[in-house]
Design a protein around this ligand. Sequence first.
Ligand code: HEC
Length: 121
Amino acid sequence: MRYAIPLVVLMISVAPVARAADVAAGRAIFDTTCGNCHSLRVGVNEVGPSLWHVIGRPAASVPGYMYSNAMKRMDTNWTKEALNAYLAEPRADVHGAEMFFKGLPNARDRANIIAYLQSQQ
Ligand code: HEC
């Protein structure tokens, strides 16, 4: 009779662990960039619409804000993925959008700002 020997498998993760997005770094980006045009407070529209609870909401849905026609035609929800694509190159994504800032070409910056926006919801 053979004895079944339990095999203990040690799970050692060797995959590079993606660093968690950095909320504090995201806040710094917000304060120096987005905050010039956006508020995170509900109902406070400035140059751009309030970004209160932006993650998950439909594009162009803040009451009382005059969106461009291009933004109004955007049939999207601001998922993290959609925000990531939009913030990489805002004017390319929404043709004619009035969001005249050059975007955040650095993927890490985008991850951080999205983490910060999410931390504010
Ligand atoms: C120079 C001013 C300006 C800056 C800086 C700016 N935005 Fe905007 N943003 C706008 C304007 C204006 C709109 C509305 C565009 C339209 O109607 O086409 C907008 C729209 C948006 C929207 C769509 C909102 C909605 O209700 O659908 C998101 C999301 C957004 N901005 C995020 C950001 C983030 C994040 C940053 C910083 C990384 C940023 N913006 C920086 C002016 C700005």
